[in-house]
Design a protein around this ligand. Structure first.
Ligand code: ZN
Length: 494
């Protein structure tokens, strides 16, 4: 019997166990899935702080913990990872005897966060004070001086410095649970870079096709011009993309007509495109444009914190969700965005509570950070759901005994983020786990011991060892801020 067939049989058996829909029943009392159906494999894994131990040996790995896999929350479930780093089985299955077993009662294993919007070489400084002015289009602030707009927001001119701040920002995201980043230029460090091919590259896009980002699809990088009218055929033809690749442009970043024209312009340009397209920001999207997005299967990446700070508004989440448009999430950059994907999700949750009447459930938010992010960029079935056959890109969180997915998302920061794996290999983990699990290359102990925990971090570019990243002075974010959730006071519409 092949391994695959065996895995399918065990999955089929697991599926026979009764599903208890949250919030009803005993499963919900143990750990509410926040919209995900919950299935109890072993009740003793919920309602306690994480306590992890290793046993066994072999080429495969198994993790026992609470587990979100393929849209279900398993209490005391098992994830089996093969020697290549792909998921062989997930659910209420017994751990194989010929595997390294990481047993973590009280922990939650989730697909790693997909950060679909980051300007990695700009994500190294925070504004001295948050922007006070609000604008109607990004071209109203892009060329202003730092003093006028309230934040620096420029990439370092020196290439070596740019590489160092970028890799340091990648480290911040990876330690915080992110396993894939779009907008990471050509940097390879700590998490997957979705722009890079995956073939033979453990930190590339797993299906081998690079995802092309474009900050200026209507060609306004060098000007402050805003489209005065709908695009001409010539302007539409000038939108640059590669039909064979996923495309993730900035579109409609602002609230005025000019921002709205960009949405139609890029939609016209990609009308016949068959590969995934994802619009970043989309603040200006109109109801008529939502129908077009839906008809052309274009997803939207939300960056609410940056949008609220700069424009006092964000994309029309309620109408986009109602139309079935796939929604994902991204941090944008540190000057006006979030430090981590979880902080960005909490920003959206604040808006959800304040203005959307709780439209988004915790599982909706979780999907945006994981499986819907993967779907948006054409990676469904490769990463994002911890389903059979996917790559084991995952984060292990200490639930600290919390009783719901909503509470876990609301309260988890770096101290609760125990470990992060990319393709089944350690990107970040407690130092005590060193040597127990396969690791990405370039591992070092992080001498900072952030939040009081000695950590091993892996996946640094060999040219830029961790000590060098930590020494350079341009990156001015105090990473000890990751020890607590970022405040959401700025996540309100104005
Ligand atoms: Zn951006």
């Amino acid at each position: 019997m092949t391994k695959t067939l065996l895995a399918c049989l065990t999955l089929a058996l697991a599926a026979c166990a009764p599903l208890v829909p949250a919030p009803f029943g005993r499963a919900a009392a143990l750990l509410d899935g926040g919209g995900y159906p919950t299935q109890v494999c072993d009740a003793a894994y919920a309602g306690r702080a994480a306590a992890c131990s290793f046993s066994g040996s072999g080429e495969r790995q198994a993790i026992r913990a609470n587990l979100i896999s393929a849209g279900r929350l398993f209490i005391g479930g098992t994830l089996v990872i093969n020697a290549d780093g792909r998921i062989e089985a997930a659910g209420c299955v017994p751990p194989p005897s010929d595997a390294v077993l990481l047993d973590c009662p009280g922990a939650l294993v989730s697909a790693g966060w997909m950060n679909l919007h980051e300007h990695i070489d700009y994500s190294y400084q925070q504004p001295a004070a948050p922007p006070v002015l609000k604008w109607a289009h990004r071209n109203e602030w892009r060329r202003l001086s730092a003093a006028e707009r309230g934040f620096e927001g420029d990439a370092p001119k020196d290439k070596a410095v740019a590489a160092e701040v970028s890799e340091r920002a990648m480290l911040r995201h990876a330690m915080s649970g992110t396993t894939a980043v779009s907008g990471a230029k050509d940097y390879q460090a700590f998490a997957r870079n979705l722009k890079l091919p995956g073939e033979g590259n453990p930190l590339g896009a797993p299906f081998g096709l690079p995802l092309l980002d474009n900050t200026f699809p209507v060609g306004d990088a060098g000007s402050m011009a805003v489209l005065p009218a709908p695009c001409t055929a010539q302007q539409v033809a000038a939108v640059r993309f590669t039909p064979a690749n996923g495309f993730i442009p900035h579109v409609g970043e602002g609230t005025n007509e000019g921002a709205r024209h960009e949405v139609d312009c890029v939609l016209d340009a990609i009308r016949a495109k068959l590969t995934p397209s994802v619009f970043i920001h989309g603040v200006a999207i109109s109801p008529a444009q939502i129908s077009r997005l839906q008809a052309q299967s274009v997803a939207v990446v939300l960056s609410p914190r940056s949008n609220f700070q700069l424009y006092g508004a964000t994309a029309p989440v309620t109408a986009l969700k109602a139309a079935g448009v796939t929604l994902a999430i991204g941090t944008d950059w540190s000057p006006s965005g979030s430090l981590t994907v979880l902080d960005e999700a909490r920003c959206l949750e604040r808006y959800n509570r304040d203005a959307l009447h709780g439209l988004l459930t915790p599982s909706d938010l979780h999907r945006m950070m994981t499986s819907d992010g993967a779907r948006a960029v054409g990676l469904a079935g490769q990463v994002g759901a911890l389903a059979h056959g996917e790559w084991a890109d995952l984060v292990i969180l200490d639930t600290e005994g919390r009783r719901s997915l909503g509470e876990i998302l609301a309260q988890s920061a770096l101290p609760q983020t125990l470990a992060v794996l990319v393709g089944g290999r350690v990107s970040s983990a407690p130092i005590a786990w060193a040597g127990h699990l396969p690791q990405l290359e370039g591992c070092s102990p992080d001498p900072r011991e952030l939040c009081g925990t000695p950590r091993l971090v892996c996946g640094a570019n060999a040219q830029r060892p961790l000590q060098q990243l930590l020494r350079q002075a341009t990156y001015t974010i105090d990473d000890s801020r990751l020890c607590r959730p970022q405040a959401t006071d700025d996540c309100v519409a104005k």
